[in-house]
Design a protein around this ligand. Structure first.
Ligand SMILES: [Zn+2]
Length: 244
């Protein structure tokens, strides 16, 4: 279920629940902590002023060149990359994203996904057979209540009109969170963690866009891409909200 402003206005039940919630705990900007006027503010978690200050990610070729530099030539399975925001220098914004990731992300993930979708459209990267959210382990999904990548993918899908497929790959190992690991540790951490749902699935030369929240070294995305290619995909690119 996508909870956007239009949704809240259309569904009286959701509107009442949200109004009660907003009365008890008025929404604040996650970054500057100012109260949000939800009737005039585009997002439920960040004020327009702070949103406009989030640094944008570099052009896709810059992002992709860094990916290339992270892998051996024969070990990169990704053909292109696009990200919306750049969070490298600005610690405050990064903190805000992580607080969202583990708490209120479900509410705004698809809204930001739509922004990313518009960027993907802008770069004319729209000829994909499916969007594939990077999977999290089912135990973590249970603990967190959602997979953030699926919400982002849902938003992108609304803009570029491409189906979201969550039944191609899964995560079999319960890997610890990537955020605190070094480059080498991340690589070991994700090795063999991503597997196909069904080894006999045939992707018939299709083109796929992998979706994740943050792009760091790209190890997880690359493992996913490798599996998609092994199932017969012809082209795999990636899209993330944040380039870190
Ligand atoms: Zn703010």
């Amino acid at each position: 279920m996508s909870i956007s402003f239009s949704h809240r206005k259309k569904n009286p039940f959701v509107w009442i629940i949200n109004s009660l919630n907003n009365f008890i705990a008025p929404p604040r900007c996650e970054i500057c902590q100012s109260y949000l006027d939800l009737d005039n503010n585009k997002y439920e978690f960040i004020c327009q002023k702070c949103f406009d200050l989030i640094p944008l990610a570099p052009q896709p070729d810059v992002i992709y060149n860094r990916l290339i530099s992270n892998f051996d030539k024969d070990d990169l399975y990704i053909n292109g990359a696009v990200s919306l925001f750049s969070m490298k220098e600005n610690h405050n914004y990064m903190k805000a994203i992580y607080s969202l990731k583990y708490s209120g992300f479900s509410r705004i993930g698809s809204e930001l996904g739509k922004e990313l979708g518009r960027l993907i459209k802008f770069y004319n990267k729209i000829n994909f057979d499916a969007l594939v959210p990077v999977p999290i382990h089912h135990a973590r999904k249970r603990e967190r209540g959602y997979n953030q990548s699926e919400y982002i993918a849902k938003g992108i899908s609304e803009i570029i009109g491409c189906p979201v497929k969550t039944d191609i790959i899964k995560r079999k190992k319960y890997t610890q969170t990537q955020t605190l690991l070094s480059k080498t540790e991340r690589r070991t951490n994700v090795a063999n963690a991503i597997v196909p749902y069904n080894k006999n699935m045939k992707l018939n030369g299709g083109s796929f866009l992998l979706i994740d929240d943050v792009l760091t070294t790209g190890s997880t995305l690359n493992s996913c891409a490798k599996i998609l290619l092994s199932l017969g995909a012809k082209n795999v690119e990636v899209a993330t909200l944040v380039y870190a």
